[in-house]
Design a protein around this ligand. Structure first.
Ligand code: ZN
Length: 491
């Protein structure tokens, strides 16, 4: 792709200066990424009970549900099975393959110790209640934390998802997004239930690794446990709301399908006037939705108002994609679940190491595509230098002021996205400058490669050969109390 400065601009041809269609496309890309990146190979895990089936591949069949078992027994044997009987028989078969869930908890201390040995700098922790029953655990790979400070946008998406194993519980995930728009997991947790104390404990562990900072931003759904805990543990960082959750609520609870597009547009507005115009329209159409959005705190969901260093990350839902990659392992006992997460990361790191090594352009694959779209859209704009670094760029009759030194444009996009907007690109080319130096370092191929330099390693020895210190060997973790009666489970 040619991004050398081209000849002077000409013409005032009509060019649509509306927002690029990209943000909504990005959502779809992220969703696909999350699914497409689940490992396709089936490795033998070598980790306790997970060794028999620890794949997170979409190709893994989930097996019949209790209702299916009832139907199979009915049609093939003419025998009536009750739901509890069908459920028990399924549980029995699943345990045969993945290990007994109760026993999995007891292996937590040893597994975490061995995982740390295989992955230097990895931080893990767990906690039990006064009866020795499992409460929470936390894993963050040293490989990701070492790169987080140097090479990635300081926006962390936090989300929780319910587990479907016998003991239920919840998986907590903190993830960033790399310069190629791929998920970059920072930390995983498992908790007994998704209550305030679980999030508080998880975020306290995270804070051991990632300090509170005004330049740091968190994005989450409106789950109050997360908001409350973030306010307590990370008072300096900004806290935004994931726009998908907000729009979902607008559609579901406020019957606002008609205004959902407008809410999405308002959330993405780069200029205050644009935001205010859209927000006024929303309030006129539905005062109830207007009130709801006000209650949700404008600065938490609108890009223009968001105080943090947020780049363009509010238009997707990365944590949800991790959840979909781990859909099947969510049914596993705890150790196979943890090793599926490790396996997913091993695979992502490998694939991206290979992909980034192949990239010849200065910026990542996705960012080069974005730049190409912007070059195309800005082709007919006309640029007039004001000073050595400032230019007026005329786009479809609308004037924008680009400051290459400050890396800003009056459209707002250059400053927020840290990547030249179409006006800045047009301006830079008009005065014979290359645009690459104006892209933030996180978007460069060199930075992208550095994120995946290290490998995420499996525990290299079978469980019988794990050697752990006495204090780890003697640590006991009992399963949590089950909160349901066998056979009464609804999936
Ligand atoms: Zn611009």
């Amino acid at each position: 792709m040619n991004k050398e400065p081209d000849a002077a601009t000409n013409g005032y041809d009509d060019v649509n200066v509306d927002e690029e269609a990209a943000p909504m496309i990005v959502v779809e890309e992220k969703r696909r990424v999350g699914l497409a990146e689940s490992p396709k190979t089936h490795h033998q895990g070598g980790v306790g009970s997970s060794s028999k089936s620890s794949s997170v591949s979409k190709g893994v069949l989930e097996g019949p549900k209790p209702k299916d078992i009832i139907n199979i027994i009915q049609s093939e044997y003419g025998h009536e099975l009750s739901y509890p009987q069908a459920w028990e028989s399924r549980e029995y078969a699943v345990n045969e393959v993945r290990g007994i869930p109760e026993k999995s908890y007891g292996k937590i201390p040893k597994y975490l110790y061995m995982l740390q040995q295989a992955n230097p700098g990895t931080y893990t922790n767990y906690e039990v209640d006064c009866d020795g029953r499992f409460k929470y655990l936390f894993i963050s790979f040293g490989q990701s934390i070492r790169r987080f400070y140097k090479s990635i946008r300081k926006v962390i998406v936090v989300d929780g998802t319910f587990l479907k194993s016998k003991y239920k519980g919840v998986m907590l995930v903190a993830t960033a997004v790399d310069g190629n728009s791929n998920l970059y997991p920072i930390a995983f947790g498992v908790a007994n239930s998704e209550i305030d104390s679980s999030w508080e404990w998880f975020l306290k562990q995270l804070k051991i690794l990632i300090a509170d900072d005004r330049d740091l931003a968190f994005v989450s759904d409106r789950h109050s446990s997360i908001s409350i805990s973030l306010g307590k543990i990370y008072p300096l960082a900004s806290h935004g709301i994931c726009i998908h959750h907000l729009i979902g609520n607008v559609i579901t609870f406020h019957h606002g399908r008609g205004v959902a597009d407008m809410v999405a547009k308002a959330s993405k507005a780069y200029r205050v006037t644009e935001f205010e115009r859209l927000f006024k329209n929303i309030c006129n159409i539905s005062p109830a939705i207007g009130d709801y959005l006000q209650d949700a705190n404008v600065e938490k969901w609108a890009r223009y108002h968001f105080p943090g260093y947020r780049y363009d990350i509010n238009t997707n839902n990365p944590a949800e994609s991790i959840n979909s990659a781990l859909r099947t392992p969510r049914e596993y006992p705890i150790i196979p679940l943890l090793d599926s997460i490790r396996e997913m990361l091993t695979c992502w790191f490998y694939e991206r190491r290979v992909k980034s090594a192949k990239q010849k352009d200065p910026l990542t694959v996705e960012v080069e595509k974005k730049i190409s779209r912007r070059i195309e859209k800005g082709k007919t704009f006309k640029a007039y230098p004001i000073t050595r670094n400032r230019l007026q760029v005329k786009a479809n009759g609308v004037n924008f002021v680009v400051d290459l030194e400050q890396r800003t444009c009056s459209c707002g996009k250059f400053g927020i996205g840290k990547l030249p907007c179409r006006h800045a690109i047009r301006g830079a080319y008009a005065i014979g400058r290359c645009i690459y130096p104006y892209a933030d370092d996180v978007y460069t191929t060199a930075t992208w490669r550095s994120l995946y330099e290290e490998t995420i390693n499996p525990i290299g020895v079978p469980e019988e050969e794990w050697r752990v210190p006495e204090v780890v060997e003697s640590a006991k973790v009992l399963p949590p109390e089950t909160r349901r009666q066998p056979g009464r489970r609804r999936k």
